[in-house]
Design a protein around this ligand. Structure first.
Ligand code: GLU
Length: 290
């Protein structure tokens, strides 16, 4: 199988040094293994994605010396494939429509916590969905969905895991000597009933990423350490949907001068800003320790 790597940015801001590190690592690993380096545009969030950011991302990556096959895959053009995956999970009886907004969920959990009932958070710090709809009969679900209120389709995690063996994944640094890998045990329960789709968009990050990694025959998923916990959810979805398991590597995060994770919203160290200030690709690459 041809080693296949991908860099999968969301076009909701400019690339910063952390993205550049990830893209360069993927491209080098593809070079080193004689494989492919793909660019995938993760633009399912129609409210935050902008064509201008996509164009800027491509321009910055090209400036860094990266090349990839065209046309690139855009997740906004893949909704039928996600719809199919949702239908498959629905046939397994593992989805339910969830109607509580984030504010309602937070209020419910806060009220419980004031009364002394601690409530778990997921690895990103969000409260786990309480899931009052989980045990609704089909007729009530259908009526509520027809009623016009917005909803999210959530995975009934407990039910999904009941039919599965313990899951794990393998990590290997694609640029290190062979044989230094490690096995990670997946802890998908920590995420609770994750969102897999919405009334208006038949996808979420978790669903789209596993469907497209399989669709593009991605053999190696190389991305930042902040996404390591999410891999547990991805392994569940791959197993339920019968998709192949890629090899993973979660790389160190590039921090700013204050030791904080770089963020698009703070405009941290955007590649374009470095370019405008007269930096060269070689200097950016050297600055990343590559
Ligand atoms: N689109 C995700 C991001 O920009 C990356 C997804 C992935 O690499 O799995 O954070």
């Amino acid at each position: 199988m041809l080693p296949t790597f991908r860099f999968a940015p969301s076009p909701n801001g400019y690339l910063h040094r952390g993205h550049a590190f990830s893209a360069l690592l993927n491209a080098r690993a593809a070079d080193r293994t004689g494989g492919r380096f793909l660019l995938r545009i993760e633009d399912i969030d129609r409210t935050r994605s902008r064509p201008a950011f996509e164009a800027a991302i491509c321009e910055d990556l090209a400036w860094l010396g990266l090349r990839w096959p065209e046309p690139v895959l855009r997740q906004s053009e893949r909704f039928p494939a996600y719809q199919e995956a949702l239908a498959a999970l629905d046939r397994l009886g593992l989805l339910y429509p969830a109607f509580l907004t984030r504010a309602e969920t937070n209020r419910l959990v806060a009220a419980g916590e004031r009364a002394g009932r601690a409530w778990p958070r997921d690895p990103d710090g969000a409260v786990l969905y309480p899931g009052p709809e989980r045990d609704w009969p089909e007729s009530r679900r259908r009526a509520a969905m027809a009623d016009g209120r917005p909803y999210a389709l959530r995975l009934d995690m407990k039910r999904a895991l009941a039919g599965l063996p313990a899951l794990s994944w393998r990590e290997e640094d694609p640029l290190a000597e062979a044989g230094d890998g490690a096995l990670f045990e997946a802890d998908p329960r920590a995420w609770g009933d994750v969102v897999l789709g919405r009334k208006e968009v038949p996808a979420s990050y978790h669903l789209a990423v596993v469907v497209d990694d399989a669709h593009q025959s991605v053999t190696h998923v190389v991305r930042g350490l902040d996404l390591r916990p999410a891999t547990a959810v991805h392994r569940v979805l791959q197993t339920l949907l019968g998709l192949p398991e890629p090899l993973y590597f979660h790389h160190r995060l590039i921090l700013d001068a204050d030791g904080r994770k770089l963020s698009k919203s703070r405009g941290s160290q955007a590649i374009r800003a470095l370019r405008a200030a007269g930096s060269t690709p070689a200097a950016v690459i050297a600055g990343l320790g590559l």
